[in-house]
Structure formats: structure tokens, C-alpha cells
Design a protein around this ligand. Structure first.
Ligand code: ATP
Ligand code: MG
Length: 409
């Protein structure tokens, strides 16, 4: 018996998170993914992109080692997330003549090749080419054209490109930690994999993942990705506002935000005060919780209004029947869903990983783990499609490695 393991690695602005999961060998549990281990380490060498390779490598190494220890396994590769405002997404069409009377796999491969052929400068790298729909002899909306009769096959692919140097630096940081990058995956696509349902994607939904340094939007309708954008603001922007508004250091401001922050000031009792550190060591002062809420709300309102504008500009407003799903660490703020409901005037829910996960699924059941969990789920999807990309270990070795690891640490 072999164990088939997939690993997700999310290198965020504030933390690196690794998730190790096992695919079930039982065909009845084909779609389930068993979480074995989760590891976290703070990051300092990231500012949307890798700015310091050594520091990022250390963080990657620490997160993966922690996940390996918890899982009792050693992995050799990972599906690694990438984000930043250097990401660009666009729709690219392609058209070919059908060689026989009906569409074959060969035709499909050719039309993909045509649609993928865009003028890509040497400083850009192609991350994803995702089919949105096929058109056979002017009949659109086709998901699987193989076997269909026709003379002309068209495809629309959603292409995602990134800065080639940014991608290379992520690979370098991971490789130096001793792991292989199996695939670089756009972070919002991974997070969406973890928190959206197939029904929501069909009806139309925008996932809004609010991290520390970035807010990412991934919009879907008719089951396919339609638009991705990454905005350069997130939870750290809120913390910076609190630093100024409350005159406290960054770490204190973050603690106050996470402990007392509310994104919808109406939810706070105007009489309530909270204790914060005073100007000199040992001193305390009382601050109205409503003040904290006002500062938090103002910035979150601005961020979500930018998201709303982006959705409007892309003509998506009428296509998002299932509304908005909020996730990412900064969406943990109490009242974030209520604020978003007001801004979008649409259904809003909080998205946490859990669906389709077993084992230690609780360990990833928080919005800040959406990307890392989604990366492991994406890896599992890849393995199910291609039979590749996983770490395979003999089951006997599994426990031996586990005990070796436990002794070693
Ligand atoms: N309980 C909480 N309440 C409010 N904010 C929180 C809470 N927990 C985490 N945050 C905030 O979420 C942010 C971190 O989120 P997350 O871990 O998703 O970001 P990241 O992945 O490091 O960054 P990015 O995705 O932008 O690169 C921080 O700003 C943190 O203060
Ligand atoms: Mg993140």
C-alpha cells in the first residue's frame, strides 16, 4: 500500500502556511482529502513579492517542517501560491478548423495552443490557461466539445500571467528550503477552490480574499473563472490606520484590532471601553471601542468599495446571483459580513475551508487558511486528473518516518 500526499504552501505577507493532506485510496471517498498536518511561520521577506530570499526560505522551511512533524511524514514537493499586483488575467480566443467530421482531442489541443499564443514578453510567465467555453459552428456555451459534429471549433481561455522574476524568486526560496515547486498557483484561485461551492460558481459569485497586504477578487459565473484582480491593501492597511489613530506601535495596533476590532461600528455599544497600553511602560489607558470600530470600518469600507467598483467596471454586478464570499485573515473581523452586505446590497457569507476535508480538517477551518488548504485541494485535483504531482510514500515507511521525525525534533 502506498500513501498519496499533496502539499499546499501559501507564502503570504505575514505568514507562511503549509498544509499536508492525503488522498484516500478508497474509491468511495474519492473526493475527500484527509488533512494530516498544518504548519505556520511568520514571514518577513515578503511585500506582495519575495523581497528577501533567505528570510522567505527560512519561513518556508519552518512552516513545512512543522506540518511534516504534525503529519509524521516527509514531503518533497508542494503546490505553491503566488499573488501580487504583477498578476494579469485576460480572455484569449482561439479558432481552428475541425479536421474530421467531429471534434477530437487533437482539435482541442490545437485550439488551446492557438488561444494560448499571445505575445508574451520575456519578463512575463504564463501561470494558467483555463478554458471558459467552446463554440462549435457558432453554437456557444459548450463545456466539452469532444465528439460534437462541426467544421469550426473556437475556444475562449482565461489566461493568467505574472512577472517572471517574481515567479523565479518564489521557486528559488522554496528550492533553497529543499523542496520542489510542483506548480505555481494563483492564490485567489486556490482560496476559491477551498471556500466556494460548484453551485455558487455556476450561479455567479465573487470570492473576496482579504489577506494582510492584498485583497484578491476571483469572480465566477456559469461554472468558470471570469475575472481575477489583486488590490494592494488588506489587514495591515487597517492596522497602520490604528497605529496613527490610537498612537500605538504596530504590534499593539494589530493586537487591538484582532481582539476588539469591529468592521461595522453600529454593532458596538457606544459606552464600551477597552484597555490599551499607555504612552510609558506599565501605563494603561481606556479607549472607546467605538473609536477602534470607526477606524476599522472606514478602511474596510474603502477597500470593499474598491472591490465593488471593480465588479461594476467588469460588468459583473448582474451575474453574481450567489453574491459575495468573504475569506482571508482580515475577513475574521467581527461585522465584516454585515458591512459587505450593506456595500454590495447582495448576499454575503463568510468562507472557511472544510467542505470535502476530513482528518484534522479543524486545523484549517479558519479564513486565513483558505489559500493553503485550497492549494492542497488543487494538488489533489491535479493528481486525480493526471496521476502526478503527489508525494508517494510506502505506508510502512510512513510510520517509520514519523517516529524518526519525532525523535529528530
Ligand atoms: N481574528 C482576527 N480579527 C481581525 N483581523 C485578523 C484576525 N486574524 C487575522 N487577522 C488579520 O488578517 C491579516 C492576515 O491575514 P492572512 O493570514 O490571510 O494574510 P497573509 O496571507 O499573510 O497576507 P496576503 O494574503 O495579503 O499576502 C492580518 O492583517 C491580521 O491582523
Ligand atoms: Mg494570503
Amino acid at each position: 500500500m502506498r500513501s498519496i500526499l499533496v502539499t499546499g504552501l501559501d507564502i503570504g505577507t505575514t505568514k507562511t502556511c503549509a498544509v499536508i493532506a492525503e488522498l484516500s485510496a478508497d474509491p468511495r471517498e474519492r473526493n475527500d482529502l484527509k488533512i494530516l498536518g498544518v504548519g505556520q511561520a511568520p514571514t518577513s521577506g515578503m511585500r506582495q513579492v519575495v523581497t528577501h530570499i533567505e528570510e522567505t526560505t527560512e519561513s518556508v522551511s519552518a512552516a513545512l517542517k512543522e506540518a511534516e512533524l504534525m503529519a509524521g511524514v516527509v514531503v518533497d514537493r508542494a503546490y505553491v501560491g503566488i499573488a501580487g499586483d504583477h498578476i494579469h488575467g485576460c480572455v484569449s480566443p482561439g479558432m481552428v478548423a475541425v479536421t474530421d467530421e467531429e471534434v477530437t482531442l487533437g482539435d482541442l489541443e490545437r485550439v488551446h495552443k492557438v488561444a494560448r499564443t499571445i505575445a508574451l514578453p520575456p519578463d512575463r510567465e504564463m501561470l494558467h490557461a483555463i478554458p471558459q467555453e467552446y463554440i462549435v459552428d457558432h453554437q456557444g456555451g459548450i463545456k466539452d466539445p469532444i465528439g460534437m459534429a462541426g467544421v469550426r471549433l473556437e475556444a475562449e481561455l482565461y489566461l493568467v500571467t505574472c512577472d517572471a522574476a517574481a515567479a523565479e524568486n518564489v521557486r528559488k526560496a522554496v528550492q533553497r528550503a529543499g523542496y520542489r515547486v510542483q506548480e505555481l498557483v494563483l492564490e485567489p484561485l486556490a482560496a476559491a477552490r477551498a471556500v466556494l461551492t460548484e453551485d455558487e460558481k455556476e450561479v455567479g459569485v465573487a470570492m473576496v480574499e482579504m489577506g494582510a497586504g492584498t485583497t484578491k477578487i476571483a469572480a465566477y459565473y456559469e461554472g468558470e473563472i471570469r475575472h481575477v484582480v489583486i488590490l494592494p491593501m488588506g489587514g495591515s492597511t487597517v492596522t497602520s490606520d490604528l497605529v496613527k489613530g490610537l498612537s500605538v506601535p504596530f504590534a499593539e495596533a494589530r493586537r487591538a484590532k484582532e481582539q476588539y476590532g469591529v468592521a461595522f461600528a453600529q454593532l458596538v455599544d457606544p459606552q464600551e471601553t477597552v484597555e490599551l497600553p499607555g504612552p510609558s511602560p506599565g501605563q494603561k489607558r481606556h479607549v472607546a471601542r467605538e473609536l477602534i470600530a470607526h477606524i476599522v470600518e472606514q478602511r474596510l469600507d474603502e477597500t470593499l468599495c474598491l472591490v465593488h467598483r471593480e465588479i461594476e467596471e467588469q460588468g459583473l454586478v448582474d451575474r453574481l446571483g450567489a453574491g459575495i464570499v468573504l475569506t482571508g485573515g482580515a475577513s475574521s473581523l467581527h461585522g465584516a459580513v454585515e458591512l459587505a452586505q450593506q456595500i454590495f446590497a447582495a448576499p454575503v457569507r463568510a468562507g472557511v475551508p472544510g467542505e470535502g476535508l476530513t482528518g484534522l480538517a479543524d486545523s484549517v477551518g479558519r479564513p486565513k487558511f483558505a489559500t493553503a488548504a485550497g492549494l492542497a485541494m488543487h494538488g489533489a485535483d491535479r493528481y486525480r486528473e493526471t496521476g502526478q504531482g503527489a508525494t508517494t510514500v510506502a505506508s510502512g515507511l510512513y510510520s517509520k518516518l514519523g517516529s524518526w521525525l519525532k525523535e529528530f525534533f
